[in-house]
Design a binder for this molecule. Sequence first.
Ligand code: TA6
Length: 296
Amino acid sequence: MSTLSDLQQFAIPGLVELAAGHNNLPVVRIVGKHKGEIYLHGAHVTRWQPAGQSEVLWLSQKSMWEENKPIRGGVPICFPWFGPNKADAKLPAHGFARTLPWSLLSIAPQDDAVTVVLSLTSNTETKKLWPNDFVLKFRVTFGKTLTMSLELTNTGPAPLTAEEALHTYFSVADVHKVSVSGLTEIRYIDKTDNMSEKTQQGPITITSETDRVYLNTTTPTRLDDPSSNRKIEIAKEGSKNTVVWNPWIAKAKAMPDFGDEEWPHMICIETCNVAASSITLAPAQSHTMTALISVS
Ligand code: TA6
């Protein structure tokens, strides 16, 4: 794993800092016109604040910052499975990409934005959990828009099938008052109601634990947060599922890395390919999933 001094080569005075973040985990800090932060641990975006806006992403005050634990909040990368592992419930939920150290490949200014590229390559450890050779590249542009692209390449001799998600946590003033539009008439799996399949009627409002996997949807969603007088658009490319999640009271209490009183201030709107929309790649084939987040 790269030491902080190795990483200083990527620093750009006044624009990009490489620092020891929480628990001394290395972090890239974007300190220009638009602010942002990404940890090499899990290639985990933890902050994005475009000019003129308050912080857009939510981070738990109780997040753990340990190498074998996911950071709670920001944008966890779920790969190569989503949720519990279907074959072995003892394996880590949402796969292993979010709890491994990624390699920093490049940092480059682009107009008034900054693009950071990290990669994760299969190794003996990952192949004990998932017997496939792969390279993941994660390209994040911190600008007026937050653009996150996850490129998966099959570097093995056989086809592979994987699930993937950019599990984005948004900061909201009061989740009781938010609405999510853009999914009307879309079929979804309701994970709070025995995985029953339903059709979305009108905008989504949050009145209890909400955990829904929307199916075959490629259009943008919009998060209206009237108490912050803010609208957030989540557009996407190469993604057929959108997940909407809020743990509500009991689930928040049950998570040690989630404060009991934090749930009214967050909502996840996740850009993903899961279940029937999992990605299958032939040897040497690649697929890219992109989330484009903007605030108005
Ligand atoms: O995306 C929603 C979800 O799958 C929920 O079911 C809940 O498990 C959430 O992800 C958080 O999962 P985590 O493993 O990060 O606690």
